[in-house]
Write a protein that binds this ligand. Structure first.
Ligand SMILES: [Zn+2]
Length: 220
């Protein structure tokens, strides 16, 4: 069975963690357009050179170039059983192009899972994050507190709250995410490929919910 999968989730919804777990469980790669662009540039492929020219000119890499990279990547042996797309598609035209590509390659259509977490919970998750400015050690006031409040376990440094994780910034990120993702959820909703799962609770339970949403069974 081939699994071509897109996870959607607001900042703090745990999308990255769940993507890693699904990739490991199913033995499929995570395909990130950022990674593909960097690799194509490094290898100096035709598409890499094209992409480089746009980036050197300060322009966005056009969809057809990105789709070309995705096609190359999906053609590799490790992606024969599927792939999890990361950071792509971002727009409806990209989503349409991806659908077209998968059909052209004779691959199974993409399935989309939106991980839903209430804004209050996201605020708790992101707003509780702290880090050490000296060694970047991550902490969380509730889920992973340091031994001494406000101090790094490793070096005793004063822990900080990143500007991105301040309440007003979290609100902005959440609103931006909703606005950016709405066209995609509309598109996949209309196509009947969108599933929504509750993203609260234990990581394992969320993983099972995603699996069930994708396959209608708890094991796979
Ligand atoms: Zn430290």
């Amino acid at each position: 069975m081939q699994r071509n999968l897109i996870l959607l989730g607001a900042p703090g919804a745990g999308k990255g963690t769940q993507a890693q777990r699904l990739a490991a469980r199913w033995g499929i790669p995570q395909i990130s357009t950022g990674d593909m662009l960097r690799e194509a540039r490094r290898q100096g492929t035709e598409l890499g050179k094209k992409a480089q020219a746009y980036m050197d000119g300060g322009q966005l890499v056009p969809d057809e170039v990105v789709i070309g990279l995705v096609e190359e990547r999906l053609g590799r042996p490790d992606a024969k059983d599927g792939a999890i797309f990361d950071g792509f598609p971002r727009t409806t035209p990209q989503a349409e192009a991806l659908d077209g590509l998968l059909a052209r390659m004779g691959r199974d259509p993409v399935k989309v899972v939106a991980i839903e977490v209430p804004e209050a919970e996201l605020t708790l998750r992101l707003g509780g994050r702290r880090s050490c400015p000296k060694d970047n050690a991550p902490y969380h006031v509730t889920f992973n507190p340091p031994k001494v409040s406000g101090k790094c376990d490793r070096c005793g440094g004063e822990l900080i709250l990143r500007p991105d994780d301040r309440p007003e910034a979290i609100k902005t990120r959440f609103v931006e995410y909703q606005a950016k993702t709405a066209p995609l959820t509309d598109y996949y909703g209309r196509r009947g490929t969108l599933r929504t799962v509750d993203g609260t609770g234990e990581l394992e339970s969320i993983l099972e919910r995603i699996t069930v949403a994708l396959e209608g069974a708890a094991h796979g």
